[in-house]
Every structure is written in structure tokens, then in C-alpha cells.
Design a protein. Structure first.
Length: 701
């Protein structure tokens, strides 16, 4: 493993934070980031780092303190303030106890914070308090887990790392592990590191550099030992097999995603949906094909991963990719059996929990599919990505163990159960779901004023947004802007709504990226100004292809996808006041949008049986969303200004003054109307919501 320490980079971070934090705490953050940047050491909030120093107490006196990474925080982006300062002496006094409950231990960790508004400290805080060394690093290094997670693992570790590394058998993280650490240290005074079976490696040093160097040195030795015992296997695939996998994924993912949706008991929103992240490549397919079912359907590498992947993945034996109905039946059987097995597992150990405890849910987080790969589920893309990345590393380590001729070994089931339901672990999952968490919504014409406003509002509501447009530059700009705030919950896809192949390709890509889709906002549209007498039929047909044909193609694709997912769906057409109050010179626009409006009303009747709701919003004259101008008004605005002798601001004022409320209609207001329907606040379908400030002639009737 490459040592990435750079004195120049360390000094740059010291300069960046200046006098805001102690020098040693800044260096603690720097070395922590180096560890977090290496996925084979830690993944998504895993691993722990700490520093023993002092913190000013309420009297201004320096009190012995342990600065330790907050629970669940990502080492790759750790900052000085992300290390929680806790009372070191108070924690060290806990070693005199014979036992303490999980809840009491959590209370002690929280009470020991010098700042009670700070995040919850790591579950390993007590162990760090009892370990020697000023700087302590703990990682779940793949190479170490490949040694420990097999029969005879302790012997492998000793041969690879030497006698100065203490090997502790697995005990549950928290107080039990801390007690074991305290008992083992006096027996090996020359120890400079510890390996905790099924939980990784811990090193310490007097400086951040010394501790980091020691981690890299020992992990490198473990990697070398593995390479000599059994070189890593490689797998490849042809372009043809890649195309087959892509087709299989697009076909299977929405079916599985629908089956993984949890029932809510709410008639209006009957499902809590999930997002999928695929692990579909030659390497994964090769591992699944080469290993046995028992090798892969086994607990994760460390108990810390249980909240991300569950106790076991689901396994689909001999999936029939050529018969979708048969494949659905296979998936239903697998998930039903998984739910029963998990319920049995929960009931076997229920007595270990408070009497009010219930199973988190009965669905797998990882589904292994020979011939394809793995599909990993989460409440959002971030959670699904964590499950995917953990699964990738888990498969690799298990494969290395098998290549060595080893037998994969895990702790007793009761220990895994305790860890899965440990209060501090459950806190990492959070409970901040928003109205559209888990929902995937496509917004067409996203790069324009109305489309961009809708995308922004849906992201605020927790949705995953598929922004599509023909304007690649505008789309790229929008996605770049919104991803800075909302991360990977937005993707951009090139889409020509007038071309069936383009629409089909974009829907298939959504299935490959997130597993499917739950909402569709049909917003892409064109306008043209000409009297009927002067109408150029090619211009008319151009609007017809986008406004009318595009609506048909999108409705058709959504109907098929929603039927396959079998969890309902919502479609909102961005219509126009011109449907009810057409204007002279706007014949092509009014007629083609009226056709789209009628198609949406028909769709509301045809799709209701599948719990798909189709509604319309009818705005008037939205000119911009921030700096993003309306493409439609860029097309027709100049003629409207000439006809009325107005400039841009005068035209906007004209449209504002013509409505009863004298209201300026904005993209944000249109977005609220769209959100109203997507959140299903009322039992409505086939409805039209005017967003026009009140235009009597445009009132739906």
C-alpha cells in the first residue's frame, strides 16, 4: 500500500486552519483523511481516529481529553471539529466496572462530552481511551480482514505481522472490547498495534505521522502475505457480454425495486420506495460464477457493516432472464423466503432486546444474481452506494480467502444480532426522511426556466431527479449547479422526447442507474408564433412532434415501467393556460398543447387501475428561474414585444397585470404545484391546477 503522507500537504492544511484549532488536532485530521481516501482501509464512515490532548474545562483549566472521530463521520472529509472532545479521566474510570448495558454506555459517552451539542462519539471511544499512544488509528483494512476472517486467522496474522502485534479474538465492540483491550495490553508491553478479529487493525504512535506510517507498513505486510499465499484473481468480459448485462439490468431492476418497496399502510402513499445501486461488472459476475452459494450468502466482514448490508444477502438461483414473468416469480419467492428467515432470526434473539423492539424491516439490502452481479438497496442513493461498496469489498475478501483454501469464519449469530441492533449503530442510520425520499422523478425539458425550478424543488423534497433535455450544455450546467448542493441525487440525460429510441434509452438508463422511476414531469415543449393563414406546416409539425408526439411517447414509456414496478406512479404534465384560453397567433402551440392535455386526461383513466395518477398544472408566462431564461419565451418573446411595443420588462409587466391577482408567475410556484401532485396531498387524478394569478377566461370548465 502506498504511503501518501506529504509534508507539503500537511503544512498546507495547517496553514488553512491557522490558529483556529490546535496543531496536533489539524494533523490528526490530515492523517485521518489519508486513511479515509483509501477504500481498502475504510468505507463510508468506518474506521476511527483519536488524539489524546487537553480541553479547557468550565474553569478554564486544561482537562485531559480524548478527541475522537464522531460516530458515522467520513474519514475522507474529516475536519478538526469532527473529532469530539470527551473527558478522558471519566472514561478511563469505567474500566473498573464489570459490565454496563449498551444504553448506559451510550449515556456515558454522551455525558462525557465537554460540549453537549457535539455529535455522538464513536462506539470505540472507551477502547481508544485505554490504549497507549497519543495518536490512534483504527481501520477495517481488507488485507487484515482476509487474514482474520478464516479458520486459523490468528496464526496468519502472527506470521504476516510478527509478535509485536497483539491479536484479540472477536468480542462485541463497545465496553466488552474495551475491557479485553485493557486486559491484554499488560501482557505484551512491547506491542505497537492490535488486530481485533473481524474488526480490523489498530495502531498508535506519538505523532500523526508515526501512527499513519505504522498503519501503512503493517497493512502492506498483510497484502504481501496474501499475494504470496494466493494472488488475486482477475475476470474479464467481452463487449457482447457487457451489452447482455446492460439489457438484463434494465429489465430486472425495476421488477426487483418494486418488490423491495415496503408497505406503509397509507392508502395515499402505499409504498416506501428504495433506490438501487448496481454492482454489475465482469469482476462481480466472475466471483459469483466461481464461488459457491454458501461462500457468498454469509455475514459481512465486520459487524459494523450489518446496518448497511443486513446479516445476509439474498441469492437468486438460476435466474430466468429471458422470461420476465418467470423472473418475477423467482424474485418473489426469494424475497418471501428472505423475509421469513429474517423474522426467524429476529425472534431467536428477541429476548436480548427491550420488550418494545421490532425488526427494522424484512427486506434484504443486497441481492446477488448469478449471471448479472449484485443489486444493492438503500433509502436513497447514498445508502445504496454504501451497501454497494461494502458488498464489493466483501466479495473480494471472501474470494481471497477461498483462493487461499481458507474457510470463511464469522462471529456467533447472537453477537451479530447484538451489533445490528446496538443503539449507537442504529443512530448512524438517522430518521430524517423527507416526503419524496426514495422516489425517482424524471423532469423533461429540465434545462429551461420551469424545468430547472421543478428539479430544484423536488431535490429539496428528498427526491432523486433525472433531468433530461436536448440542450446538453444547459443540462450540464444545471446538473453541475444542483449537484453541488444535493450530491448524486441528480443525474442528467440527453433526451429527444420526439424520438421513441431516445425516450426508451433514457428510461432504460434510469433503470440501470437507480433501479426505476416513480414520477414523470412532462415539461419539454416548443412554441411558435404565426397566424393560421401564415402557418408554415413544417413549423406546426415540429411543435406537434415535441408537444404531442413527445407526450405520447413519454406516457407510453411510463405506463410500461410503472406496470412492471407495480408500486403505482405519478405523472404531472406542465400544460398551459392556452389550453383553455388560446391566443391569436398561438395556434400551433395552443393546439399541440391541448392535444397533450387531452392525452394526459386519457392516461389518467387508463392508468388508474395501476395506481398511477396523472394530473396537470397550467401556468402562464414564466420568463425565468434566476439567471436561467425560458427557452420558450426566447422563441416567442421578441414577436410578442414587437406586437405590443414593449421591451422585456414591459412584456413581463403586461402579463403580470392581466391576471386578477396581479401576480408574477414564477418557476418556483409551478414547482410547488407539481410537488402537490407528486406528494399526493389529495386523492386527485385527471385534475388541472391553474397557476396563472387568476385568468377568468382560462378557468377549467
Amino acid at each position: 500500500m502506498k504511503n501518501r503522507w506529504s509534508d507539503r500537504d500537511a503544512q498546507a492544511l495547517l496553514s488553512y486552519y491557522g490558529e483556529d484549532y490546535p496543531r496536533e488536532l489539524i494533523l490528526r485530521s490530515y492523517s485521518g483523511r489519508l486513511l479515509g481516501a483509501e477504500p481498502s482501509l475504510v468505507l463510508h464512515g468506518g474506521g476511527n481516529t483519536s488524539l489524546k490532548d487537553h480541553f479547557p474545562d468550565v474553569f478554564g483549566e486544561p482537562a485531559p481529553a480524548l478527541f475522537i472521530k464522531a460516530s458515522g463521520f467520513d474519514l475522507a472529509a474529516i475536519e478538526p471539529q469532527d473529532h469530539v472532545a470527551v473527558d478522558l479521566q471519566r472514561l478511563q474510570s469505567l474500566q473498573t466496572l464489570a459490565a454496563i448495558s449498551d444504553q448506559a454506555m451510550l449515556n456515558e459517552l454522551c455525558a462525557s462530552r465537554f460540549n453537549q451539542s457535539a455529535p455522538v462519539p464513536s462506539i470505540e471511544t472507551l477502547a481508544h481511551a485505554l490504549l497507549p499512544g497519543r495518536f490512534i488509528d483504527h481501520t477495517h483494512a481488507d488485507a487484515i480482514l482476509a487474514l482474520t476472517n478464516q479458520q486459523g486467522g490468528a496464526d496468519h496474522v502472527r506470521r504476516a505481522l510478527g509478535e509485536e502485534v497483539v491479536v484479540l479474538p472477536y468480542v462485541r465492540p463497545g465496553f466488552p472490547l474495551a475491557r479485553q483491550v485493557a486486559e491484554a495490553l499488560p501482557k505484551v508491553p512491547q506491542a505497537r498495534a492490535m488486530v481485533w478479529e473481524h474488526h480490523g487493525i489498530v495502531v498508535w504512535g506519538d505523532t500523526a505521522r508515526q501512527s499513519y506510517d505504522r498503519m501503512i507498513e503493517l497493512v502492506s505486510r498483510a497484502e504481501q502475505y496474501l499475494a504470496e499465499a494466493a494472488p488475486a484473481r482477475t475476470y474479464s468480459r467481452t463487449d457482447e457480454s457487457a451489452e447482455i448485462s446492460d439489457r438484463r439490468l434494465a429489465r430486472l431492476a425495476p421488477v426487483l425495486r418494486g418488490l423491495l418497496a415496503a408497505s406503509t399502510g397509507d392508502d395515499g402513499r402505499p409504498y416506501r420506495r428504495c433506490v438501487l445501486q448496481p454492482l454489475v461488472d465482469a469482476w462481480t459476475a466472475g466471483i459469483l460464477a466461481g464461488g459457491s452459494r454458501s461462500q457468498h450468502v454469509s455475514p459481512p466482514l465486520t459487524s459494523d457493516h450489518l446496518i448497511r448490508t443486513r446479516l445476509l444477502p439474498a441469492w437468486v438461483e438460476a435466474p430466468d432472464f429471458d422470461d420476465e414473468q418467470r423472473l418475477r416469480s423467482q424474485l418473489e419467492e426469494v424475497l418471501a423466503q428472505y423475509a421469513q428467515d429474517y423474522q426467524d432470526y429476529f425472534e431467536r434473539h428477541l429476548s436480548r432486546l427491550p420488550t418494545t423492539a421490532t425488526a427494522t424491516d424484512l427486506r434484504p439490502r443486497v441481492v446477488l444474481i448469478p449471471g448479472l452481479g449484485a443489486l444493492c438497496a438503500g433509502s436513497d442513493a447514498a445508502a445504496a452506494r454504501i451497501a454497494r461498496d461494502v458488498t464489493a469489498h466483501t466479495l473480494e475478501v471472501k474470494d481471497r480467502i477461498a483462493a487461499m483454501g481458507g474457510v470463511y469464519r464469522v462471529p456467533e449469530e447472537e453477537h451479530l444480532f447484538d451489533m445490528e441492533y446496538l443503539p449507537q449503530q442504529q443512530l448512524k442510520l438517522g430518521d430524517g426522511e423527507q416526503p419524496l425520499t426514495g422516489d425517482v422523478v424524471m423532469v423533461t425539458g429540465a434545462a429551461g426556466a420551469i424545468g430547472s425550478g421543478i428539479c430544484s424543488r423536488l431535490l429539496q423534497a428528498g427526491a432523486h431527479v433525472v433531468a433530461t433535455d436536448l440542450d446538453d450544455a444547459g443540462l450540464q450546467s444545471l446538473v453541475g449547479e444542483l449537484s453541488e448542493r444535493y450530491g448524486d441525487r441528480i443525474i442528467g440525460l440527453h433526451q429527444d422526447v420526439s424520438e421513441a429510441e431516445s425516450v426508451a434509452a433514457s428510461f432504460a438508463e434510469v433503470c440501470r442507474v437507480w433501479g426505476g422511476m416513480d414520477g414523470l414531469v412532462i415539461n419539454a415543449g416548443l412554441a411558435h408564433v404565426a397566424t393560421l393563414e401564415e402557418m408554415d406546416m413544417e413549423h406546426f409539425r415540429r411543435l406537434e412532434r415535441v408537444n404531442t408526439d413527445g407526450t405520447v411517447l413519454l406516457l407510453r414509456a411510463a405506463a410500461g415501467l410503472f406496470r412492471r414496478q407495480a408500486t403505482g406512479g405519478d405523472i404531472v404534465l406542465v400544460s398551459t393556460k392556452n389550453v383553455f384560453a388560446p391566443g391569436a397567433g398561438f395556434g400551433a402551440y395552443s393546439a399541440t398543447k391541448a392535444a397533450a392535455h387531452q392525452l394526459a386526461r386519457v392516461a389518467s383513466q387508463e392508468m388508474a387501475a395501476n395506481d398511477v395518477r396523472v394530473n396537470m398544472v397550467a401556468p402562464d408566462a414564466v420568463f425565468a428561474q434566476g439567471e436561467r431564461r425560458s427557452g420558450l419565451w426566447a422563441e416567442v418573446g421578441p414577436e410578442r414585444m414587437r406586437a405590443r411595443g414593449l421591451d422585456q420588462s414591459g412584456l413581463e409587466e403586461y402579463y403580470r397585470n392581466r391576471n386578477l391577482l396581479k401576480a408574477k408567475i414564477t418557476a418556483s410556484q409551478v414547482a410547488e404545484g407539481v410537488l402537490f401532485f407528486l406528494e399526493r396531498r389529495t386523492p386527485s387524478t385527471g385534475a388541472t391546477l391553474p397557476i396563472d394569478g387568476g385568468l377568468p377566461e382560462a378557468t377549467p370548465r
